[in-house]
Design a protein around this ligand. Structure first.
Ligand SMILES: [Zn+2]
Length: 282
Protein backbone atom coordinates (compact mmCIF):
# COMPACT_ATOMS: atom_id res chain seq x y z
CA UNK A 1 0.00 0.00 0.00
CA UNK A 2 2.91 2.32 -0.66
CA UNK A 3 3.40 4.84 -3.41
CA UNK A 4 5.76 7.74 -3.82
CA UNK A 5 4.70 11.28 -3.00
CA UNK A 6 4.02 13.38 -6.07
CA UNK A 7 4.32 17.00 -7.13
CA UNK A 8 4.01 18.84 -10.45
CA UNK A 9 7.12 19.30 -12.61
CA UNK A 10 6.45 22.91 -13.62
CA UNK A 11 4.25 25.80 -12.64
CA UNK A 12 0.95 26.84 -14.16
CA UNK A 13 -1.26 29.88 -13.85
CA UNK A 14 -4.95 30.05 -12.97
CA UNK A 15 -6.79 33.35 -13.21
CA UNK A 16 -10.40 34.45 -13.18
CA UNK A 17 -13.24 35.60 -10.97
CA UNK A 18 -14.30 33.85 -7.78
CA UNK A 19 -17.82 32.43 -7.70
CA UNK A 20 -18.80 33.87 -4.33
CA UNK A 21 -16.69 37.02 -3.97
CA UNK A 22 -16.90 37.92 -7.67
CA UNK A 23 -13.38 39.39 -7.56
CA UNK A 24 -10.37 38.64 -9.74
CA UNK A 25 -7.82 36.17 -8.41
CA UNK A 26 -4.47 35.11 -9.76
CA UNK A 27 -2.87 31.81 -8.77
CA UNK A 28 0.42 30.14 -9.64
CA UNK A 29 0.71 26.45 -8.85
CA UNK A 30 4.33 25.50 -8.28
CA UNK A 31 6.27 22.29 -7.62
CA UNK A 32 6.75 21.64 -3.90
CA UNK A 33 9.81 19.49 -3.22
CA UNK A 34 9.25 19.60 0.52
CA UNK A 35 6.70 17.12 1.78
CA UNK A 36 4.51 19.84 3.26
CA UNK A 37 1.31 19.01 1.38
CA UNK A 38 -0.80 21.69 -0.29
CA UNK A 39 0.42 25.13 0.78
CA UNK A 40 -1.32 28.40 -0.15
CA UNK A 41 0.93 31.47 -0.05
CA UNK A 42 -0.40 35.03 0.01
CA UNK A 43 1.67 36.95 -2.56
CA UNK A 44 1.01 40.24 -0.74
CA UNK A 45 2.71 39.32 2.54
CA UNK A 46 3.98 35.72 2.39
CA UNK A 47 1.36 34.40 4.84
CA UNK A 48 0.76 30.66 4.45
CA UNK A 49 -2.08 28.20 4.86
CA UNK A 50 -1.26 24.50 4.94
CA UNK A 51 -4.30 22.51 3.83
CA UNK A 52 -5.51 20.34 6.73
CA UNK A 53 -8.78 19.75 8.63
CA UNK A 54 -7.78 22.42 11.19
CA UNK A 55 -7.37 25.05 8.42
CA UNK A 56 -11.05 24.80 7.45
CA UNK A 57 -12.97 27.85 8.65
CA UNK A 58 -16.30 27.80 6.76
CA UNK A 59 -18.32 25.30 4.76
CA UNK A 60 -21.30 27.31 3.54
CA UNK A 61 -21.78 26.72 -0.18
CA UNK A 62 -18.11 25.88 -0.55
CA UNK A 63 -14.97 25.24 1.46
CA UNK A 64 -13.04 28.16 2.97
CA UNK A 65 -9.62 27.67 4.55
CA UNK A 66 -7.65 30.18 6.58
CA UNK A 67 -4.78 30.94 8.91
CA UNK A 68 -4.82 34.18 10.86
CA UNK A 69 -6.19 36.90 8.60
CA UNK A 70 -5.40 35.05 5.35
CA UNK A 71 -8.38 33.20 3.91
CA UNK A 72 -8.98 31.40 0.63
CA UNK A 73 -12.53 30.54 -0.46
CA UNK A 74 -13.97 27.91 -2.77
CA UNK A 75 -10.91 25.68 -2.80
CA UNK A 76 -12.82 22.44 -3.41
CA UNK A 77 -12.79 22.18 -7.23
CA UNK A 78 -9.03 22.74 -7.50
CA UNK A 79 -8.49 20.37 -4.54
CA UNK A 80 -10.66 17.79 -6.30
CA UNK A 81 -8.38 17.78 -9.35
CA UNK A 82 -5.27 17.56 -7.13
CA UNK A 83 -6.85 14.61 -5.33
CA UNK A 84 -7.70 12.81 -8.57
CA UNK A 85 -4.14 13.31 -9.89
CA UNK A 86 -2.66 12.23 -6.52
CA UNK A 87 -0.65 15.44 -6.15
CA UNK A 88 0.48 15.34 -2.52
CA UNK A 89 2.66 18.45 -2.48
CA UNK A 90 2.16 21.76 -4.28
CA UNK A 91 2.65 25.43 -3.52
CA UNK A 92 -0.15 27.73 -4.61
CA UNK A 93 0.73 31.41 -4.68
CA UNK A 94 -2.45 33.47 -4.67
CA UNK A 95 -3.20 37.12 -5.25
CA UNK A 96 -6.79 37.39 -4.11
CA UNK A 97 -8.87 35.38 -1.69
CA UNK A 98 -10.84 32.91 -3.77
CA UNK A 99 -9.95 30.18 -6.26
CA UNK A 100 -11.36 31.29 -9.66
CA UNK A 101 -14.63 29.64 -10.61
CA UNK A 102 -13.51 28.95 -14.21
CA UNK A 103 -16.54 27.29 -15.85
CA UNK A 104 -17.93 26.05 -12.51
CA UNK A 105 -16.26 22.66 -12.83
CA UNK A 106 -12.75 21.19 -12.43
CA UNK A 107 -12.28 20.76 -16.19
CA UNK A 108 -9.54 23.39 -16.54
CA UNK A 109 -7.64 22.19 -13.45
CA UNK A 110 -7.83 18.55 -14.58
CA UNK A 111 -6.71 19.37 -18.12
CA UNK A 112 -3.75 21.42 -16.87
CA UNK A 113 -2.62 18.67 -14.50
CA UNK A 114 -3.00 16.15 -17.29
CA UNK A 115 -0.60 18.16 -19.50
CA UNK A 116 2.14 18.60 -16.93
CA UNK A 117 4.49 15.72 -16.17
CA UNK A 118 4.15 14.66 -12.54
CA UNK A 119 7.27 14.03 -10.47
CA UNK A 120 7.51 11.11 -8.07
CA UNK A 121 9.68 11.74 -5.04
CA UNK A 122 11.66 9.38 -2.87
CA UNK A 123 9.29 9.71 0.05
CA UNK A 124 6.22 7.52 0.46
CA UNK A 125 2.73 8.98 0.33
CA UNK A 126 0.20 8.54 3.14
CA UNK A 127 -2.76 6.25 2.55
CA UNK A 128 -5.91 5.80 4.52
CA UNK A 129 -5.79 2.31 5.95
CA UNK A 130 -9.35 1.06 6.43
CA UNK A 131 -9.32 -1.84 8.84
CA UNK A 132 -13.04 -2.24 9.46
CA UNK A 133 -15.97 -0.70 7.56
CA UNK A 134 -17.03 2.76 8.66
CA UNK A 135 -20.57 4.12 8.64
CA UNK A 136 -21.32 7.73 9.46
CA UNK A 137 -24.34 10.01 9.46
CA UNK A 138 -24.22 13.77 9.59
CA UNK A 139 -27.06 16.23 9.07
CA UNK A 140 -29.05 14.09 6.63
CA UNK A 141 -25.97 12.74 4.83
CA UNK A 142 -24.89 9.12 5.11
CA UNK A 143 -21.51 7.58 4.30
CA UNK A 144 -20.13 4.09 4.27
CA UNK A 145 -16.53 3.04 3.67
CA UNK A 146 -15.65 -0.55 2.94
CA UNK A 147 -12.88 -2.58 1.31
CA UNK A 148 -13.08 -2.93 -2.44
CA UNK A 149 -10.98 -4.05 -5.41
CA UNK A 150 -10.17 -0.42 -6.32
CA UNK A 151 -10.95 3.09 -5.10
CA UNK A 152 -14.51 3.88 -6.07
CA UNK A 153 -17.35 6.13 -5.08
CA UNK A 154 -21.05 5.47 -5.21
CA UNK A 155 -22.98 8.68 -4.77
CA UNK A 156 -26.70 9.31 -4.43
CA UNK A 157 -28.13 12.80 -4.85
CA UNK A 158 -31.83 13.45 -4.40
CA UNK A 159 -33.91 16.53 -5.06
CA UNK A 160 -37.57 17.01 -5.99
CA UNK A 161 -36.57 18.97 -9.09
CA UNK A 162 -37.84 17.14 -12.22
CA UNK A 163 -34.35 17.16 -13.80
CA UNK A 164 -32.77 15.63 -10.70
CA UNK A 165 -35.14 13.35 -8.73
CA UNK A 166 -32.76 10.56 -7.69
CA UNK A 167 -29.37 10.37 -9.37
CA UNK A 168 -27.03 7.47 -8.57
CA UNK A 169 -23.53 7.02 -9.95
CA UNK A 170 -20.86 4.48 -9.08
CA UNK A 171 -17.43 5.07 -10.56
CA UNK A 172 -13.85 3.93 -10.12
CA UNK A 173 -11.79 7.03 -9.35
CA UNK A 174 -8.71 7.26 -11.51
CA UNK A 175 -7.27 10.03 -13.67
CA UNK A 176 -8.96 8.91 -16.87
CA UNK A 177 -12.43 8.49 -15.38
CA UNK A 178 -12.05 11.75 -13.49
CA UNK A 179 -11.18 13.76 -16.60
CA UNK A 180 -13.98 12.25 -18.65
CA UNK A 181 -16.81 11.69 -16.17
CA UNK A 182 -16.35 14.03 -13.19
CA UNK A 183 -14.16 17.08 -13.91
CA UNK A 184 -16.57 18.66 -16.48
CA UNK A 185 -19.59 18.51 -14.10
CA UNK A 186 -20.49 22.06 -13.06
CA UNK A 187 -21.67 23.52 -9.80
CA UNK A 188 -25.37 24.31 -9.71
CA UNK A 189 -27.98 26.35 -7.92
CA UNK A 190 -31.68 27.10 -8.07
CA UNK A 191 -33.13 30.34 -9.44
CA UNK A 192 -35.15 30.95 -6.25
CA UNK A 193 -31.93 30.94 -4.18
CA UNK A 194 -30.15 33.67 -6.12
CA UNK A 195 -31.61 36.64 -4.27
CA UNK A 196 -30.92 35.05 -0.87
CA UNK A 197 -27.34 34.13 -1.86
CA UNK A 198 -26.48 37.60 -3.14
CA UNK A 199 -27.96 39.20 -0.01
CA UNK A 200 -25.58 37.03 1.99
CA UNK A 201 -22.60 37.98 -0.20
CA UNK A 202 -22.53 34.57 -1.85
CA UNK A 203 -22.54 33.78 -5.58
CA UNK A 204 -21.66 37.43 -6.35
CA UNK A 205 -19.53 36.22 -9.27
CA UNK A 206 -22.08 33.61 -10.34
CA UNK A 207 -23.15 33.70 -14.00
CA UNK A 208 -24.49 31.18 -16.49
CA UNK A 209 -20.86 30.78 -17.63
CA UNK A 210 -19.76 29.32 -14.28
CA UNK A 211 -22.83 27.58 -12.85
CA UNK A 212 -25.88 25.64 -13.91
CA UNK A 213 -28.99 27.51 -12.76
CA UNK A 214 -32.15 25.47 -12.42
CA UNK A 215 -35.57 27.00 -12.98
CA UNK A 216 -38.79 25.31 -11.83
CA UNK A 217 -38.61 22.61 -14.49
CA UNK A 218 -35.55 23.32 -16.63
CA UNK A 219 -32.11 24.98 -16.72
CA UNK A 220 -31.43 28.61 -17.65
CA UNK A 221 -28.16 27.77 -19.43
CA UNK A 222 -28.69 27.82 -23.20
CA UNK A 223 -26.30 24.95 -23.81
CA UNK A 224 -28.23 22.73 -21.37
CA UNK A 225 -26.53 20.09 -19.25
CA UNK A 226 -23.19 18.40 -19.98
CA UNK A 227 -24.52 15.11 -18.60
CA UNK A 228 -28.07 14.11 -17.76
CA UNK A 229 -26.80 13.35 -14.26
CA UNK A 230 -24.41 16.32 -14.04
CA UNK A 231 -25.66 17.04 -10.49
CA UNK A 232 -24.57 13.77 -8.88
CA UNK A 233 -21.29 13.98 -10.82
CA UNK A 234 -20.63 17.41 -9.32
CA UNK A 235 -21.40 16.00 -5.85
CA UNK A 236 -18.63 13.43 -6.44
CA UNK A 237 -16.31 16.22 -7.64
CA UNK A 238 -16.95 18.14 -4.42
CA UNK A 239 -16.53 15.04 -2.22
CA UNK A 240 -13.10 14.34 -3.76
CA UNK A 241 -12.11 17.97 -3.15
CA UNK A 242 -13.15 17.73 0.48
CA UNK A 243 -11.33 14.40 0.93
CA UNK A 244 -8.15 16.17 -0.19
CA UNK A 245 -8.30 18.23 3.03
CA UNK A 246 -7.27 15.10 4.96
CA UNK A 247 -4.05 14.77 2.90
CA UNK A 248 -4.45 11.01 2.57
CA UNK A 249 -4.78 8.95 -0.57
CA UNK A 250 -7.32 6.15 -0.91
CA UNK A 251 -6.81 2.73 -2.42
CA UNK A 252 -9.03 -0.36 -2.54
CA UNK A 253 -11.84 1.39 -0.71
CA UNK A 254 -15.43 2.01 -1.76
CA UNK A 255 -17.12 5.10 -0.36
CA UNK A 256 -20.89 5.23 -0.54
CA UNK A 257 -22.14 8.81 -0.08
CA UNK A 258 -25.86 9.46 0.16
CA UNK A 259 -26.88 13.13 -0.06
CA UNK A 260 -23.34 14.41 0.68
CA UNK A 261 -22.75 18.04 1.65
CA UNK A 262 -19.55 20.01 2.27
CA UNK A 263 -20.27 20.03 6.03
CA UNK A 264 -20.84 16.29 6.19
CA UNK A 265 -17.86 15.58 3.89
CA UNK A 266 -15.74 17.51 6.37
CA UNK A 267 -17.04 15.38 9.25
CA UNK A 268 -16.04 12.32 7.25
CA UNK A 269 -12.55 13.75 6.68
CA UNK A 270 -12.13 14.39 10.41
CA UNK A 271 -13.18 10.81 11.15
CA UNK A 272 -10.77 9.44 8.55
CA UNK A 273 -7.80 11.51 9.71
CA UNK A 274 -8.45 10.59 13.36
CA UNK A 275 -8.53 6.90 12.41
CA UNK A 276 -5.40 7.10 10.31
CA UNK A 277 -3.40 7.53 13.52
CA UNK A 278 -4.24 3.89 14.22
CA UNK A 279 -3.95 2.91 10.60
CA UNK A 280 -0.15 3.04 10.43
CA UNK A 281 -0.33 5.05 7.25
CA UNK A 282 3.22 6.26 7.51
ZN1 LIG B 1 -18.72 22.34 -6.13
Amino acid sequence: MKNKRKTISKEFIVKGKGLHGGKDSFLILKPNFNSTGVVFINTDNGEKIILSPSAVCALERGTVIGEGGFKVSTVEHLMSALFAFEIDDVEIEIKGNEVPAMDGSAKFFGEMLNKIPIIEKEEESDYFNLETPIEMESGGSYYKMEKSDCFKIECVYENNHPLIKRQVLELEINKENYLREIAPARTFGFDYEIEYLKKNNLALGGTLDNAVVLTKDSVMNKEGLRFKDEFVRHKILDLLGDLKIGGLRFKEIKITAIRPSHKANYDLVKLVTARSVYGKTK
